[in-house]
Write a protein that binds this ligand. Sequence first.
Ligand SMILES: C[S@@+](CC[C@H](N)C(=O)[O-])C[C@H]1O[C@@H](n2cnc3c(N)ncnc32)[C@H](O)[C@@H]1O
Length: 228
Amino acid sequence: MGPLRVDRVELPGTGQLMEIARPANDDPLIDEAAADPEQHLPYWAEIWPSGVALAATIARQPGALDGRRVLELGCGLGVTAIGALHAGADLLVTDYAPEALALCALNALDQTGRMPDTRRVNWRDSDTTLSTLQGERFPLVLAADVLYESRDVEPLLALVEQVVEPGGELWLAEPGRPPAARFLEAIRDRGWAGESERWEGPWPDAEDDAKGVVVTVHRLLRRCEAEL
Ligand SMILES: C[S@@+](CC[C@H](N)C(=O)[O-])C[C@H]1O[C@@H](n2cnc3c(N)ncnc32)[C@H](O)[C@@H]1O
């Protein structure tokens, strides 16, 4: 992975600060990804506004996570995971990049004194993902900026219907990419409903402020089977 650097991250509207270790130079990671037939780009190595907005959402309502078993999909460097652990969650994080799982655990330990459980899953391989999760269902699933490729819409729809327990919630943060819009339309058609909140920054990277990035955090409730 090469040398690391540490970035300071402020959660908007909360005054909370985090320090996040990340690769100092993405170029070798991008060169490695160019040779990957699956085109798994190293998006885990960046600090994304969606992860920051989801951590800020958690900071405003920690009681929703305290003492609860929580799953995060696509944890990246761990910004959202740190928020969840601060809130008292019993957290399992997943990603397909082993480097992301390692840095998420390192950052979480450094910032909270606790480590999440970690499992490597690729949600495009649904059978292996479900067996890795050992059939566990969760009252709350977190996901920040995981819907940027069309090929992920159907696998993620199928996965959340398997891993969010009836009456449980999916908290999805997304910055307006078309696959996220398709996912949201499909999941609402399946009866999921809830509130959405817009976050306008300021973001850790001033370029995101200059581009006017807006993140929406959707808190989607899966109805109980009796209500369907
Ligand atoms: C844009 S990054 C967002 C990271 C983090 N949630 C955040 O907001 O900072 C997307 C994350 O999802 C992971 N990911 C993408 N496709 C995946 C897949 N098919 N299975 C598991 N993880 C995946 C990436 O490795 C990366 O960590």
